[in-house]
Design a binder for this molecule. Structure first.
Ligand SMILES: C[S@@+](CC[C@H](N)C(=O)[O-])C[C@H]1O[C@@H](n2cnc3c(N)ncnc32)[C@H](O)[C@@H]1O
Length: 256
C-alpha cells in the first residue's frame, strides 16, 4: 500500500491547502469542532493528542492552537515537513514524526489521551489486515480510557451510486480562480476506487492543471467499527456531520 499512498501525498503536500477555499480558516474551524468533541468526551486541553495521519496539519495545528499537546505523525515526509513549517507560521507548538499508522506501536513512543486519524485517512488501508494493524497500533498508543477518533467519507451511500465524478468547486481567491474536481474509477466489485484529483489554477490568460492519483477503499462504517472492536476498543459511537459540524462522519471508541 505504501507506494501509491506515499506518491499521492508526497505530490500533494505543497498543494493540499488549495483544496480549501481558505485553509487557515479551516484549521481554525476544525480545531474548534475537534476541541468540542474532545471536551464532550472528557479529554479537554492540555491532554496529549496523537494525530497519526496529520498531513499538512489541518487538525493538528488547530488543536495545538487550543492548548492540546499534539504529536503529529504521517507516512509522508513531505507532509510532516509542511506541518512543521506551518506550525512556525501559525506560531503554535507541536512535535512531529514520520510513522505508519499500522506501526505506531514501534514507531511512536509514549501514550496519549486521544489518537486521531481524520479526513478519510483510514480508507487508504485497502485490506482488512492493514485496517486491523492500524486499529491495533492506534489502540496501543492510548492510555486506559483514552479515545480513538477517526473520520471517513460516507461510503455507505457512495458505494450504492458509485459516482464517477465529484461535484466541482469553483473558488474565487485573492490569488485568482481555482477549479477543483475528482474523477473516480471504481473496481468491478465496488470495494475500492482510484481517485484523480484535479486542481486548475487561473494564471492570467492561461490555466495550470495538476493531477494527483490515489487509491481508496470504499470503507463502510460497519467495517471500520468492527476493526476497532477487534482491536479491543469499546463503546464505539458514530457522530453525523450535523451533530459535530465536521464534514465527514466521525467514529469514537475507547480503550478499556
Ligand atoms: C486526506 S490526507 C489528510 C491529512 C490531514 N488530516 C490534513 O488535513 O492535513 C490523509 C493523510 O493520511 C496519510 N496516510 C495514509 N496512509 C497512512 C499510513 N498508513 N500511515 C500514516 N499516514 C497515512 C497520508 O499520507 C495523508 O497525509
Amino acid at each position: 500500500m505504501n507506494d501509491p499512498v506515499l506518491g499521492f501525498y508526497e505530490g500533494l503536500a505543497e498543494e493540499y491547502h488549495l483544496l480549501f477555499a481558505d485553509w487557515a480558516q479551516s484549521v481554525e474551524r476544525q480545531g474548534a469542532v475537534l476541541d468540542a468533541l474532545l471536551r464532550r468526551s472528557g479529554a479537554p486541553p492540555p491532554r496529549r493528542v496523537l494525530d497519526c495521519a496529520c498531513g499538512i496539519g489541518t487538525q493538528a495545528l488547530g488543536l495545538a492552537a487550543r492548548g492540546y499537546h499534539v504529536h503529529a505523525t504521517d507516512l509522508s515526509p513531505a507532509a510532516v515537513a509542511r506541518t512543521e513549517r506551518e506550525a512556525r507560521a501559525f506560531n503554535v507548538t507541536l512535535t512531529t514524526g514520520i510513522a505508519d499508522m499500522r506501526r505506531l506501536d514501534t514507531q511512536v513512543p509514549g501514550t496519549f489521551h486521544a489518537v486521531l486519524s481524520f479526513d478519510n485517512a483510514m480508507s487508504h488501508l485497502l485490506t482488512d489486515a492493514d485496517l486491523d494493524a492500524a486499529a491495533r497500533a492506534m489502540a496501543s498508543r492510548l492510555v486506559p480510557e483514552g479515545l480513538l477518533l477517526a473520520s471517513i467519507r460516507d461510503y455507505d451511500v457512495l458505494r450504492e451510486g458509485r459516482p464517477r465524478f465529484t461535484s466541482e468547486r469553483v473558488l474565487d481567491t485573492p490569488e485568482g480562480r481555482r477549479i477543483l474536481f475528482q474523477l473516480w474509477d471504481w473496481s468491478a466489485d465496488g470495494g475500492q476506487y482510484t481517485v484523480h484529483q484535479f486542481i486548475l489554477r487561473q494564471d492570467g490568460g492561461t490555466w495550470q492543471t495538476t493531477e494527483h492519483t490515489g487509491v481508496y477503499r470504499a470503507l463502510q462504517r460497519v467495517d471500520l467499527e468492527r476493526a476497532l472492536t477487534r482491536a479491543g476498543l469499546v463503546d464505539p459511537r458514530w457522530y453525523t456531520p450535523e451533530e459535530t459540524g465536521f464534514y465527514q462522519h466521525i467514529i469514537t471508541a475507547r480503550r478499556p
